[in-house]
Every structure is written in structure tokens, then in C-alpha cells.
Write a protein that binds this ligand. Structure first.
Ligand SMILES: [Zn+2]
Ligand SMILES: [Zn+2]
Length: 275
């Protein structure tokens, strides 16, 4: 069985209001595209920062710019007007764990995807507020990124850790450390194993400057050796992104000996054969 859970019903662009994208017609377009790709398990995971409730968690100017929608209206729409699994992509903001727990625990998700997009005030994957504008060495940025990913896994807030080496997103457009990258992966993998959390294999990196699946093969090897369950998603922001690059992802999963994928319902995980 193929899954696509980390899916957004709209692009990360201005003029993408909930009323235009949180509709049964739009959900139907995603369902149809998933069927064409042989994806049976389909969920949605909107960015938490697009909901006004996120401002109770964190008040970063980037969140202020985006936080508009009613989170309960989103949950109600997905539950009542679609046949999709209900999830959310909730940023890990160090020091704001209790506030995020309050937001998440008040709603009944099928799954919660945890993402590290920010190191303190600095963004990993947007040009605004970029971590690469702060003059830090690549070693320091990578070390802090993977330590933060480890913290996110141990926080107990999440079912899946998304795009677990997002820090590489810019490819050679950003500085990269020279040393063996496994040095950076290690604390994250240890935390995944200890937390018993699922790790996302995401094809979104294929659509980004890095042009590579998250996580990199040596990292995935470590994750698999540590016995962590694998979740598969495209991080689609359009119906056409669903299952994007899955052929390549399945080849990669085959190479490391993965035969089962994590499936979620009511925040309970089970493993299903890829088939
Ligand atoms: Zn993300
Ligand atoms: Zn996403």
C-alpha cells in the first residue's frame, strides 16, 4: 500500500485562501490524482502557521504574515466533507513545546507531522529570515539543525518527523560542511530510535535546488539500521505533486530493505506492506 500523508491542499503563496482550497472539489482533485498514482492512503497536513491559533504558540513575523485561517474549520472540513486522513504539519519551535502541545491536544488528528523549519528566529528553507544570512559556519548550522530535529523527535508532539535533512534544501546554493555528514545525522537517528517515531522519506527534495530525496541515502541507512519505521510522502502543494518521484523513492526503499510503510489513524501507527 502506498501512502501520501504530508500533503498540502494549496501552494505556499499569497492569494491561496482557505475558502478556495478547502473545498470538496479540491479534495476530490487530490483523491483522483492519488488514485492515478496508486496511492490508497491519502492525508492532508496543512502548515500550522497558516492558522491564527499558531500565534498562541509563536509570534515570529513570518507566522504573523501567514496566520489567518480557523484551525477548527479546517479540521471540520476534512472530517465532514472529505475522505482524507486528517493531519497537520506542526513546526517544532524549541521552548514553545507546551504551547504547541495545547494546540495539538485540543484536536483529533490521524497524524501529526513534525518539521524543523526554523533555528531560533532563522529559517532553513525560505529566503526571508534565512539562516544563511547570519554569517554562521555551515558546521554550526548543520549541527544545530540536527540537534533540533533530535529534540523535535523527543518532544512527544509528533508521529512522523518530516524531511529530516531539510537543511540541505539549497544544494550548492548554500554552504555545506566538508566533513562526513554522518557526524551530523547521528544525534537525530539516536533520538528517532529512542522516541520510536516514524521517519519520513520525502520526495519534495527532488523539486528543490538540492534535487535529492530527504533523507540522503547514508542517513536513511542509519535510520533503517536503528529500526525506525518509515513513512512515505511527497509534501505535495498541488494535486500534480502527489506521488511525485515515488518510483525513485521506492527504488531507494528497496535498496535499504524497507518493505513496509507506516499508516496512521487516530494517532495510532501500524505497518502495511508496500506490496
Ligand atoms: Zn515542511
Ligand atoms: Zn509540508
Amino acid at each position: 500500500m502506498l501512502t501520501d500523508y504530508h500533503v498540502h491542499l494549496r501552494p505556499d503563496e499569497d492569494d491561496t485562501p482557505a475558502e478556495r482550497f478547502f473545498t470538496p472539489d479540491n479534495a476530490g482533485r487530490y483523491r483522483t490524482a492519488a488514485e492515478e498514482q496508486g496511492i490508497a492512503e491519502l492525508g492532508v497536513a496543512e502548515h500550522v502557521y497558516r492558522f491564527s491559533a499558531a500565534l498562541d504558540v509563536w509570534e515570529h513575523p513570518f507566522w504573523h504574515q501567514w496566520a489567518r485561517d480557523d484551525i477548527d474549520a479546517y479540521c471540520g472540513f476534512v472530517r465532514e466533507e472529505t475522505d482524507l486522513r486528517l493531519g497537520i504539519e506542526a513546526d517544532f519551535i524549541a521552548g514553545r513545546e507546551d504551547q504547541m502541545a495545547n494546540l495539538l491536544d485540543a484536536r483529533e488528528w490521524d497524524f501529526v507531522v513534525g518539521s524543523v523549519h526554523f533555528l531560533r528566529e532563522h529559517s532553513i528553507d525560505t529566503e526571508d529570515y534565512s539562516v544563511w544570512g547570519a554569517g554562521e559556519s555551515p558546521d554550526k548550522v548543520w549541527r544545530r539543525y540536527f540537534e533540533t530535529v533530535a529534540e523535535s523527535a523527543m518532544s512527544g508532539l509528533y508521529d512522523v518527523i518530516a524531511h529530516p535533512d531539510l537543511v540541505k534544501v539549497w544544494g550548492d546554493q548554500a554552504p555545506r560542511p566538508d566533513r562526513d555528514l554522518r557526524f551530523f545525522y547521528e544525534p537525530a537517528v539516536e533520538a528517532f530510535a529512542e522516541a520510536g517515531i516514524a521517519v519520513e522519506v520525502s520526495t519534495a527534495g527532488l523539486r528543490k535546488p538540492v534535487g535529492e530525496i530527504y533523507p540522503a541515502l547514508p542517513y536513511l541507512d542509519m535510520v533503517v539500521d536503528a529500526g525506525c519505521p518509515i513513512a512515505l510522502s511527497s509534501d505535495a502543494h498541488l494535486p500534480a505533486h502527489l506521488g511525485f518521484g515515488y518510483e525513485q523513492a521506492l527504488e531507494l526503499l528497496g535498496e535499504v530493505g524497507i518493505t513496509e510503510l507506516a499508516v496512521f489513524e487516530g494517532r495510532t501507527r501500524r505497518m502495511e506492506p508496500i506490496g
